[in-house]
Design a protein around this ligand. Structure first.
Ligand SMILES: C[S@@+](CC[C@H](N)C(=O)[O-])C[C@H]1O[C@@H](n2cnc3c(N)ncnc32)[C@H](O)[C@@H]1O
Length: 147
């Protein structure tokens, strides 16, 4: 799993206790290493945790990350902070082993689903699995991701 923009670990904190330690590789990333010291201490019981810097404004490959290497990407309240959301989503998708198996929100979906997708984008929920494919063609604050 890859946690992008994990910050101080508010989301990570809720997630780690749910993961099977013997089958989990969890990469905790930040745009800088500033939170890593505190996070290492806070999460010291989880020895499957690794810490790496990752700036989503730059290509993850140039930062040493492998493409198609992660089953799950956690991106809670992060992607909106980057310069170009479409590029960021595409980069995040490229890190996933199987993006097509992840949740998808489409134009024409039930309004409640669109609403939920928007909420995902704007951080109302606490746990996110990316990439969602936003393809809202009308009236929504849309973004789209290359297929
Ligand atoms: C609101 S905090 C969310 C932190 C954490 N994901 C959580 O849910 O508790 C936003 C995070 O996005 C990170 N961030 C901002 N720009 C970023 C970038 N270009 N690349 C990676 N992370 C970034 C910030 O450093 C910060 O940790």
């Amino acid at each position: 799993m890859l946690d992008v923009g994990a910050g101080a670990g508010a989301t990570t904190r809720n997630l780690l206790p749910l993961l099977p330690a013997s089958r989990t590789h969890y990469t905790y990333t930040g745009v800088s290493a500033v939170f890593f010291g505190a996070a290492r201490e806070r999460f010291r019981e989880y020895d499957f945790l690794r810490f790496r810097t990752l700036d989503l404004n730059d290509d993850p490959v140039d930062q040493g990350f492998d493409l198609a290497a992660y089953d799950i990407v956690i991106a809670d309240c992060v992607l909106h902070a980057t310069h170009d959301l479409a590029t960021t989503m595409s980069r995040v998708a490229d890190l996933l082993i199987s993006p097509s198996r992840l949740p998808r929100a489409r134009s024409g979906a039930h309004p409640a689903r669109r609403e939920k997708a928007f909420a995902l984008l704007t951080c109302t929920f606490r746990l996110r699995v990316w990439p969602l494919r936003f393809a809202w063609k009308r009236s929504t604050p849309a973004t789209s991701m290359p297929r």
